[in-house]
Design a binder for this molecule. Structure first.
Ligand SMILES: CC(C)(COP(=O)(O)OP(=O)(O)OC[C@H]1O[C@@H](n2cnc3c(N)ncnc32)[C@H](O)[C@@H]1OP(=O)(O)O)[C@@H](O)C(=O)NCCC(=O)NCCS
Length: 163
């Protein structure tokens, strides 16, 4: 059975592996090189300092996915807005794991009295767009050719949920 829990430091290597697989194989993350363990540890420490949750989906002790929120943009007046991230291990996709990871994230954002959640999604990422729409996100922006990866230009969509 897949269960959702708050991530701990012990989960970081598994989160790193899931994230790096996405970087190397997809346009879901606009980065070229795999991240190091130190980078993911710093990322996790920053989440804790900022008071933002990180959830993991686990089955038989194995981490199959994670979700989190973080600042949307650095300026003060954006403080009631967050951007989300959600990743599921390639071998575990299509089993409803993202559908389990999303509700606690939205609930945590509401508990933190945040006002809106933004998702920046590569325009070709139909699974993520469908997932977010399922949870009430609506498309609010479509940026043309703002990314470049795998020798092609990438369009980025912003979807938004008012909390
Ligand atoms: C996007 C992602 C998180 C979805 O995770 P998942 O656990 O496979 O998704 P689920 O099985 O919970 O499916 C949730 C919904 O997403 C949509 N979806 C999932 N896979 C899909 C696919 N291959 N094509 C179209 N829609 C899909 C469906 O609406 C689905 O709901 P339904 O099964 O009731 O129809 C996963 O594919 C992933 O990690 N991809 C790589 C990283 C990524 O793109 N992250 C998001 C960055 S914005």
């Amino acid at each position: 059975m897949v269960t959702i829990k708050q991530a701990t430091e012990a989960d970081i290597p598994a989160l790193l592996e899931i994230y790096n697989h996405v970087i190397v194989n997809t346009t879901a993350v606009y980065d070229y090189e795999p991240h190091t363990l130190a980078m993911r540890q710093q990322w996790f420490a920053t989440k804790q300092q900022q008071g933002f949750p990180v959830f993991v989906a686990e089955e038989n002790g194995e981490v199959l996915g994670f979700s989190s929120i973080g600042p949307f943009r650095a300026w003060a007046a954006y403080k009631h807005t967050v951007e989300n991230s959600i990743y599921v291990a390639a071998a575990a996709r299509g089993r409803g794991i993202a559908k389990l990871l999303m509700p606690p994230l939205i609930e945590a954002a509401r508990q933190l009295k945040l006002h809106t959640m933004v998702a920046g999604i590569d325009a070709s990422n139909e699974a993520s767009i469908a997932l977010h729409k399922k949870f009430g996100f609506t498309e609010v922006a479509h940026f043309k050719e703002v990314g470049y990866k795998f020798n092609r230009w990438l369009d980025l969509k912003f979807l938004q949920l008012i909390l």
